[in-house]
Design a protein around this ligand. Structure first.
Ligand code: HMG
Length: 389
């Protein structure tokens, strides 16, 4: 029985900062950001959006299209948690009007969380084929102002309906994974911004890619020619090119010419270049980008996925795009959403960055900004109040 992604939807905040403006402010050559790391814009999250609203906004088109019946599991992958106890999934469960007979929980392992959630969801569906799971991944990537990580900030959310006989992607059962206890990137509970050893994290990403790839090859007997395209975890898009080059080197094959390399990895990079790092959502944002932007249909093609979470956990896995998948995409909504985003000035970016969520529990009301149907209306008695526009 095939199990996998039945529907997948992506949501980005309605504001962005052009990285050329940031480069000017930081007195850096803009080419370093645009070409050197491969990023053009970073999503900016207004005060009335958070991971809950971003994820619910991503999921709404799915539940409106597929209905809410048989969704027995709601998993929320994030490393930008809003509460140390209550799962962000519980808030989304209410906003989305899901059935009460539904397990809700939050999953964390840095950017790897959504892949863990997808695997758990697929396992539940394998055991109960009539059931469905909704996997949400949402994050807000924050580094210190003027730090090397700053141009790789971003935000966004992905929602995936996991079901038997999926309409978009059937997951292959084989996967290769690798874990190691390292401190490459982390965020202690008392900090809003991540701490990172950037160069070390990049080295570990690429090293564990090969560990996971070798384990995947051993488990599946597949190699590079078996995959039509690749979706890599994208802390910045340039890493996709470096990753594919590493896979070629590991397998002792020559790197393909530039055009072929672009065909293999580039369609998956389009959205991330506009949003920046979306942490847990990244690989699946890349998948949306590939599905929406590949000029030729991907029916029956196998896609290779690499998911990396600092700390660290790495997994290489694959899936086969299902025939007729194009009729089940939200490509027009994705494009329209990115097309109408509003640019912010450097000053507005910094003001929003420094606008901390109040911690005193007193009444607080958030002014309405642009965004999807769900918003954070305010905080009262230390409780977040969400509303539907
Ligand atoms: P940096 O020190 O600012 O940049 O840090 P750099 O000096 O390494 O330059 C970057 C690239 O730009 C280089 O290319 C330069 O040559 C090039 P490369 O040699 O690597 O191919 N460059 C230029 N190109 C064109 N014109 C120019 C120019 N100048 C330089 N004028 C770094 C970069 C990524 C380390 C930094 O942004 C950072 O710390 N980012 C945050 C951490 C990160 O993204 N790590 C990635 C792997 S870990 C991961 O993916 C997990 C994560 O998503 C979190 C999670 O799991 O939860 C982060």
């Amino acid at each position: 029985m095939k199990i996998g992604i039945d529907l997948v939807s992506f949501h980005a905040p309605a504001y962005f900062l052009d990285l050329r403006i940031l480069a000017g402010k930081r007195e850096v050559d803009p080419e370093k950001f645009v070409v050197g790391i491969g990023q053009e814009r970073m999503a900016v999250v207004p005060p009335d959006q958070d991971i809950v609203t971003l994820a619910a906004n991503a999921a709404l088109p799915i539940v409106e299209k597929a209905g809410r019946e048989n969704i027995e599991l709601l998993l929320f992958a994030t490393e930008s948690g809003i509460d140390q106890s209550k799962a962000a999934a519980c808030f989304c469960h209410k906003l989305l009007g899901l059935p009460s007979a539904c397990r809700c929980l939050e999953v964390k392992e840095a950017c790897y969380g959504a892949t863990a959630a997808l695997r758990l969801a697929a396992a539940m569906v394998a055991a109960r084929p009539q059931s469905k799971a909704l996997v949400l991944a949402a994050d807000i990537a924050r580094y210190d102002l003027a730090s090397p990580g700053e141009p790789t900030q971003g935000a966004g959310a992905v929602a995936m309906l996991v079901a038997a006989h999926p309409r978009v992607l059937a997951l292959d059962p084989e996967a290769g994974f690798h874990t190691e206890d390292i401190m490459d990137f982390w965020r202690p509970n008392y900090r809003e911004e991540a701490l990172v050893d950037g160069k070390y994290s990049t080295r570990m990403y690429l090293t564990t890619l090969i560990e996971a790839w070798n384990n995947y090859k051993a488990a599946s007997s597949r190699g590079l020619p078996d995959h039509a395209h690749y979706c890599f975890h994208l802390p910045f898009t340039k890493i996709a090119y470096k990753s594919y080059a590493r896979l070629c080197k590991a397998d002792g094959v020559a790197e393909p010419p530039k055009e072929e390399l672009e065909r293999l990895v580039d369609y998956a990079l389009r959205y991330n270049r506009q949003t920046g790092n979306t942490y847990a959502a990244c690989v699946y944002e890349a998948f949306c980008s590939l599905l929406d932007n590949a000029p030729a249909a991907l029916d029956d093609q196998r896609i290779g996925f690499f998911s990396y979470g600092s700390g660290c956990m790495a997994e290489f896995f694959s899936g086969v795009v299902q025939r007729g998948y194009r009729a089940h995409l939200f490509a027009d909504q994705h494009r329209a959403q990115l097309d109408v985003r509003v640019p912010v000035t450097y000053r507005q970016y910094e003001d929003i960055f420094n606008y901390g969520v109040p911690r005193d529990g007193a009444d607080h009301v958030f002014a309405p900004y642009r965004g999807g149907p769900f918003r954070l209306a305010g905080i009262k008695d230390h409780k977040r109040r969400y509303e539907t526009k």
